[in-house]
Design a protein around this ligand. Sequence first.
Ligand code: C2E
Ligand code: CA
Ligand code: CA
Length: 611
Amino acid sequence: MAVAFETPTLNDPPAGGRSFLNGTLAASMERAARLALAVLDVPCALVTFVGSDRRSFFAGSWIRPWFTHDSGAVVRSGLLTAILEQSGPLICGDARTSRVRALREAAESLDFTAMVAVTLRTEGGEPLGVLCAFDDTPREFDPRHATVLEDVASGVALEIELRRALADRERRERQLQHDSLHDPLTGLPNRSLFMRRLAAATARARRDDGAFALLFLDLDNFKLVNDSMGHHVGDDLLVAVARRLEQQLRGGDLVARLGGDEFAILLERVDSARDAALLAERVLESLATPLTIGGYEYVSSASMGLVLSSSASEQPEYLLRSADMAMYRAKSAGRARYEMFDRAMHAEALARLQTERDLRVAVEREEFELFYQPLVSIDTGVVVGVEALLRWRHPEQGLIAPLQFVPVAEDTGLIVPIGRWVLRSACRQAKQWHDELALSEPLALSVNLSVREFAQADLVKEIVSVLEETGFPAQSLQLEITESALIDHGNPAVNTIAELRSMGIRIHLDDFGTGFSSLSYLNRIPLDALKIDRAFTSAIDTEPRSRDLVRAIVELGRALGLGTVAEGVTRENQLGMLRAMGCRFAQGFLFSPPVPASELPALVVSLPERR
Ligand code: C2E
Ligand code: CA
Ligand code: CA
């Protein structure tokens, strides 16, 4: 007998189910229904899927034209529940006389008489749906009919399970892929996705001769918010900023979080520098509107660096560095502003790159020397110590001062091997002086430690081994650190300092007065002395404000039980004022500039005689 099919009626599927059930699954449903019709020779077959709540459904029925009703009615009729409640097939030769009320009612409302139904289950037994066959006249179904129907149902169930598993896996893979390219906090693309897009933009720009721009953005004073208000407030602020940045984008642009409080925006197709500058201005403006976080209002700002694809080498890494460099320019120019990367910066960047290369070679070849500057007792004029100051003997450029290469060494991490060399050489040299000069008070040795060196986990171990190796006494060693070493490393710094001091090593806070000069750090962290920055000492006799400041620092030192060392003393009257204020130690060109090791012993003898 020929069977005519009607297009299945598709009711609302469970959430997210439509795309999955449409298409290929509809074909499986139809196949199952056709099989049921052919094997049982019934006028109607129906496949219904149930959702995990057993109510939401998605059904298709294949019926002969004379048997009309919609499959949704089957579900509404309570028939579905009756079938699902059965442990095996539900077979009913005449539903009108059934003992099951739901069946009687369904037969009435749906206008069928005989029925056989089975449940489609997952391997774990969870119901996926039902497959029913209806006839409009009473008939005795053979149990084999139910068996056939069950076979059909389990085939479809298996197919559905496989498809679900596949779809799940695809979804998980997509999720993993997404996670690896996005920042979990803000949901923005991360550095790795940004670099990919940047590389693509570079390739496209080269091909089409188009231009794009890169905006590098670093929040101002974010650390302060994080430290004072807690990390969750910091996190909320980052998320809020991310949303603001997104609002400023034009179609095709991309904003990413590169890490910490750093963001970057890729501006595709920029016609002029003006275009890019306009965006930077919009971003500044949008951040200037207060953000409400946890009931407080924050006005955040950012320093930004802009680079146009045409103004720098087109290597993605280099573009990012260029934008970063311009951002630093904006920071030092007062924050909450943007700077455009230009030719001068380009030249500077190239020079820096060269310095970096040369510096790596210099570390291998140990092209460094130490100069020593005496530390003098203001009362007696006696040389009580020396500060080791690093020089680079460059094969072509001659002697280079640390300010020209120490920052590069810090950025690249090269400062760590260099610093180890400094410590070892200085201790060895100072030990030799101890042995040769036979002073009543052995010379103290001051060694500078940059933030990066100070943060090394094995710092203490390294120092212990240098002291053992050189025989230099810990009691004569003074380490000079800056406030950033304390601020950037918080508690670990406190522990490191405590450990070093327990060995007898003294800790001096360098460049005091130029950083945060936070009283809470001074109170919390045990130190031995403050080194008053040259900027104040040098103006002590010309500017009343500097004089007052130096006096205040000396007083502060006294109150906290800390010594004070004045740096950069160049004139006799500066020394007199320092003496009157009660500052005990000084260093500066008035006594001596830093000198090579060979010239130091003569100074130790001659300096007190000049007083
Ligand atoms: P700093 O620790 O503040 O060192 C004092 C600097 O002031 C030295 O500059 C010294 O030559 C200079 N100076 C001393 N007295 C006077 C003076 O009376 N007038 C003037 N105008 N300058 C004076 P230098 O040797 O160029 O060192 C600069 C900075 O480089 C140091 O500042 C220190 O931060 C860093 N540095 C030097 N050696 C090392 C090192 O071995 N390791 C690390 N991490 N940093 C170092
Ligand atoms: Ca120093
Ligand atoms: Ca200093």
